[in-house]
Design a protein around this ligand. Sequence first.
Ligand code: UD1
Length: 422
Amino acid sequence: MKDIFIVSGGARLSGTVSVDGAKNSVLKLMAAALLAEGTTTLTNCPEILDVPLMKKVLEGLGCTVEISGDRVDITTPATLASNADFDAVRQFRASVCVLGPLTARCGHAKVALPGGDAIGSRPLDMHQSGLEKMGARTRIEHGAVVAEADGLTGAHIHLDFPSVGATENILTAAVLAQGTTVLDNAAREPEIVDLCEMLVSMGAKISGAGSSTITIEGVDCLQPTQHKVIGDRIVAGTWAYAAAMTRGDITVTGIAPRHLHLPLEKLKSAGATVESYENGFRVRMDGRPRAVNFQTLPFPGFPTDLQPMAIGLSAVAEGTTMITENVFESRFRFVDEMMRLGADCTVDGHHVVIRGQEQLSSTHVWSSDIRAGAGLVLAAFCADETSTIHDVYHIDRGYPKFVENLRALGAEVHRSQEESLY
Ligand code: UD1
């Protein structure tokens, strides 16, 4: 039986919500714990499905992992298994981040590839060519990526695109390589900076994190550490767009507002009042939002993970919006579900034109990925009656206590099970 969310339209969300650690950071930090023998402790970890999944991946490699509330303790043995070709790995994309640490520590890694993704093809060519520049041999074989190396050496690597995942795998391999690696056109996302800070606290020598050029001087070994995961800017951004779409008033804590600079600026242009604090922000929208154009880009551009929220906002804004998706080729696939809710959208390649409606129209819709699912829930709040969101297991992968938080903000929403409907 699959879970569903039943969402009543017409909500005006208001109140305070705190965000937990970032999904896109914690999974990489857990993988980075493979780099040092001993116990590494992470705090501020979110309670989402991907964390126990990553625990299974690390346990399959020989680690002991304990999750207790927001704390995860990972004990890494002296000798790791290097074959991550098992079911837990195939279940989520982020498991590929064990590739760099395993290649560095074991000189061999076999990591199962995840199945097709609803947001477009996600090749690993830049991960592979980065490792190859450092002396590894890589290939895709029987549904897994394989890397082999008789010791890695520092190299000058230039990424064609600032890929988050490739930057992470290159970083976590280069920290134990012999000599210096210079990574050009590196990803600049806050989660990369978080990873670098943890690696430095383990004894790595890294400079330039957060800029396009990262320099890594390899060291012989790293030590386990304790690290607090940064707040989830995508969850925080989801609350910000929820406030604007429902003409509400939400204060979000647990997040550095500079990590959401552009998404919050866009909300100001749409007519919201935004106040930033050291550890959070407040978004208030008094009237109907105005249409503003968006284009997704790597950080510090508008995040592709907030594109569904931008579509939701545009669907109820006054005027016509153009949204351009520059990061994932098929990220507009879920727009059909937005249209089912009455959004007036025309998709043309990587552009979508949206003519804003005063109100959307309630119905059944299906989530296809984490962010599309959250965007659909927000859109359902702008519909006339009760909507049903199906396949919400996607949302559970990225939004801790989503329904509970929404209810605390005044929404009428509850979790139920698909079978009870029919
Ligand atoms: C990460 C995030 C995801 C976010 C994305 C972009 C995690 C678990 N996921 O995904 O939520 O939407 O960053 O901010 O952190 N590409 C290649 N070859 C490669 C690698 C990537 O062509 O070797 C392409 C991808 O297909 C995509 C683009 O580069 O079109 C960006 O991908 P990337 O930045 O690597 O995203 P992920 O790390 O997969």
